[in-house]
Design a protein around this ligand. Structure first.
Ligand code: NAD
Ligand code: MG
Length: 353
C-alpha cells in the first residue's frame, strides 16, 4: 500500500486525484486538506481545512505527497516533503518556481524524488528517462495558446474574467486558467522545467499546439525528437506520478490518431508579455522568480475581481520585478520576505495600472 497525502483535495487536480486513488487498490488516501472548502465528502483518516499543512503531513506519515494547492501557499508543504525524502507528486508549480534553489537543496538533502504532475513536465520526465544529460539538446514545452490565441493587443484590452476563464482544451481551477490566457502559466512552466531538469533557459523553448495533444518534446543531439502524446486529461499525469514507475491503467480511450490535427506555431511573445517576463525572472535568478509569481498572484486575483484590466497583469508584474534587487534567498525567511515585499509592490502598482 502506498499512503498518499492529498493537499488541495477539493480543487480540480484534487478531485481527479481522488478518482485515481479510489480506482487503484495499491493507493490509499492517508490525508486530505483544503484551503477553506469542507472535506466531508472525502474519506481520509487525517483531514484539515486551512491551518498548517506541515502539521497534517507530520501526523499522516505519507509515502507520497500530492501537492495540488494553488499558489505560493503550497511552499511549506513542498519544502517539508523534499526535506524528508518523501516522494513529491508536484502539481503546485508555484512552490518550485518561487523556492527554486531552496527546494533543490532540500531535495538533495532529503534524497527523495519530484514526480511532476504538470502535464508538460510529466511528458518531459518520461521522454528524458534513462538518458544522459549530454544527449539532450533542447526541451520544448507545448501550450494551447489559451482562449486568446491570435488576438491583438487592441482586442485584449477589454476582455472579461468570463472570457479568460473559458479555456479551449483544459478544465482547471480559475488561477491557472487565467495564467493560461496570459501565457504566465507557460512562463511558470519554463522556470519549473529549468529547476526540475537542470536545463539552462536558452535551451527551453515554447511552441503552440492548439489541440493540446502533444504534451511536450525533447530534442536530442542526434537530431531525434521524442514527444509525448495523449488526450488533454490530467488523470493521466496524476496517475503516472502516483503509481510511478508502474504506469497503471486509466479509464481513457486509446488515442484516435486519424482524427487528430497536430499543427504547431510560435507563441506571440510580444502581445503576451508574461512569457518574456517569466524568462527574464528565471534568467535573473535569486528571488526574481518568487517575485514574478507573487506579483502575478496579486494581479490575477485583482483581474478576477474586476479591479485590473487583462493587460494590466504584465504591467503589475513588470513593476514588481523592476523593484526586486535580485538577491538570492538564503533561507525560507528570506523567501517569505521577498514574497511579501513583491505582493506589497504589486498591490501598489494595481492602483496605477
Ligand atoms: P483549484 O483552485 O481548483 O484548487 C486549489 C486547491 O487548493 C483547493 O483544494 C483549495 O481549497 C486549496 N487551497 C487554496 N488556497 C489554499 C491555501 N492558502 N492553503 C491551503 N490550501 C489552499 O486549483 P487547481 O486547478 O486544482 O490547481 C492546483 C495546482 O495544480 C496549481 O498550482 C496549478 O497550477 C496546478 N496545475 C493544475 C492543473 C489543472 O488541470 N487544474 C494542471 C497543471 C497544474
Ligand atoms: Mg501544464
Amino acid at each position: 500500500m502506498k499512503r498518499v497525502a492529498l493537499l488541495g483535495a477539493t480543487g480540480s487536480i484534487g478531485r481527479q486525484a481522488i478518482e485515481i486513488v479510489e480506482a487503484h487498490p495499491a493507493l490509499e488516501l492517508c490525508a486530505a486538506s483544503s484551503g477553506s472548502a469542507p472535506l466531508d465528502a472525502v474519506a481520509a483518516p487525517f483531514k484539515q481545512v486551512g491551518g498548517d499543512l506541515t502539521e497534517l503531513l507530520e501526523r499522516a506519515e505519507p509515502d507520497v505527497v500530492l501537492n495540488a494547492v494553488v499558489g505560493f501557499a503550497g511552499v511549506h508543504a513542498t519544502l517539508w516533503t523534499l526535506e524528508r525524502g518523501v516522494d513529491l507528486a508536484l502539481a503546485n508549480k508555484e512552490s518550485l518556481v518561487a523556492a527554486g534553489e531552496l527546494a533543490l537543496a532540500a531535495l538533495r538533502r532529503g534524497g527523495g524524488r519530484i514526480l511532476p504532475v504538470d502535464s508538460e513536465h510529466s511528458a518531459l520526465f518520461q521522454c528524458l528517462e534513462g538518458r544522459a544529460p549530454e544527449q539532450v539538446d533542447t526541451l520544448v514545452l507545448t501550450g494551447s495558446g489559451g482562449p486568446f490565441r491570435g488576438w491583438s493587443r487592441a482586442e485584449l484590452e477589454h476582455v472579461t474574467p468570463e472570457q479568460a476563464l473559458a479555456h479551449p482544451t483544459w478544465s482547471m481551477g480559475p488561477k491557472i486558467t487565467v495564467d493560461s490566457a496570459t501565457l504566465a502559466n507557460k512562463g511558470l512552466e519554463v522556470i519549473e522545467a529549468h529547476f526540475l531538469f537542470g536545463i539552462p533557459y536558452d535551451r527551453i523553448e515554447v511552441v503552440v499546439q492548439p489541440t493540446s495533444i502533444v504534451h511536450s518534446l525533447v530534442r536530442f543531439r542526434d537530431g531525434a525528437a521524442l514527444a509525448h502524446l495523449g488526450y488533454p486529461d490530467m488523470r493521466v499525469p496524476i496517475s503516472y506520478a502516483l503509481t510511478y514507475p508502474e504506469r497503471a491503467a486509466t479509464p481513457l480511450p486509446p488515442l484516435d490518431l486519424a482524427s487528430l490535427t497536430l499543427a504547431f506555431s510560435t507563441p506571440d511573445a510580444e502581445t503576451f508579455a508574461m512569457l518574456a517576463l517569466a524568462r527574464e525572472a528565471g534568467e535573473r535568478g535569486g528571488t526574481a522568480p518568487c517575485v514574478f509569481n507573487a506579483a502575478n498572484e496579486i494581479a490575477v486575483a485583482a483581474f478576477l475581481e474586476g479591479r485590473l484590466p487583462f493587460l494590466g497583469i504584465p504591467e503589475v508584474v513588470g513593476e514588481a520585478l523592476a523593484a526586486n534587487d535580485g538577491a538570492p534567498a538564503r533561507d525560507v525567511d528570506d523567501l517569505l520576505d521577498a514574497d511579501r515585499a513583491a505582493r506589497e509592490t504589486a498591490a501598489k502598482a494595481l492602483v496605477v495600472a
